[in-house]
Design a binder for this molecule. Structure first.
Ligand code: HEM
Length: 153
C-alpha cells in the first residue's frame, strides 16, 4: 500500500524582502552621505552655532533647518542664500523687531532689499552669519543664478 506524505504546513515568518532591501539601501546611502558631508544630511543641529565665527562660513544649512528657527527666542533668516541668526539683533534693529519676525525661519532677501538698507546694513549681516544654503537651494550665489551686482561677496 502506498502512503501519501502530506507535508506539514510550515509557517515561516514572511520577510518583506523588497521592503527590507529598500531600508538597507537607504540606511547605507545616508551613512555614506554623512561621511562625505555631515552638515548636508542631519538638518537638526546638535550644538549651537556661534554667529559670525569663521566656522559659520563653511556650514551648509537647509531651508528645512532654517524653518525650525522661527521664534523671537531663536530667529534665523535667509538673505541672499546666507543664513543669519538674528535673535540678538531683533531689539537692536532700527526698523524694529516685528518687521524682522515676519520673516523668522524664512527667506528675507527681497524684504531686506526693498527696505532700502544701506551698505553698512549689508555689512552688519556678517556678524550674524551661521551658514549658507546648499547649492540646490540657492538663488543668488550659484553659477547661472540671479545676478545682483550689489550683493556682498
Ligand atoms: C536680517 C538682517 C537685517 C539687518 C542687519 C538690518 C539692519 C538694518 C539697519 C542697520 C538699518 C538702519 C538703516 C540702514 O543702515 O540701512 C535698518 C533699517 C531698516 N530695516 Fe533692517 N535689517 C535687517 C533685516 C530687515 C528686514 C528683514 C526687514 C524687513 C522688511 C527690514 C526692514 C527695515 C526697515 C523698514 C528699516 C528702516 C527703519 C527706519 O528708517 O525707520 N530689515 N535695518
Amino acid at each position: 500500500m502506498t502512503t501519501v506524505q502530506v507535508p506539514r504546513e510550515v509557517n515561516l515568518p514572511t520577510i518583506p524582502t523588497q521592503e527590507a532591501n529598500d531600508l538597507d539601501i537607504m540606511a547605507l546611502t545616508m551613512a555614506a552621505l554623512r561621511l562625505v558631508n555631515p552638515w548636508t544630511i542631519d538638518t537638526k543641529w546638535t550644538h549651537k552655532i556661534e554667529p559670525g565665527t569663521p566656522e559659520a562660513k563653511d556650514r551648509i544649512i537647509t531651508l528645512a533647518e532654517v524653518s525650525c528657527h522661527d521664534t523671537p527666542q531663536d530667529c534665523w533668516v535667509v538673505i541672499y542664500d546666507r543664513v543669519y541668526d538674528i535673535t540678538t539683533f531683533l531689539e537692536e534693529h532700527p526698523g524694529g523687531a516685528d518687521i524682522m519676525l515676519e520673516y523668522a525661519g524664512q527667506d528675507a532677501s527681497t524684504a531686506f532689499r526693498s527696505s532700502g538698507h544701506t551698505r553698512s546694513a549689508s555689512k552688519a549681516l556678517d556678524r550674524f552669519l551661521v551658514g549658507e544654503l546648499p547649492m540646490h537651494e540657492r538663488m543668488y550665489r550659484r553659477p547661472n543664478g540671479i545676478r545682483l551686482s550689489d550683493i556682498p561677496d
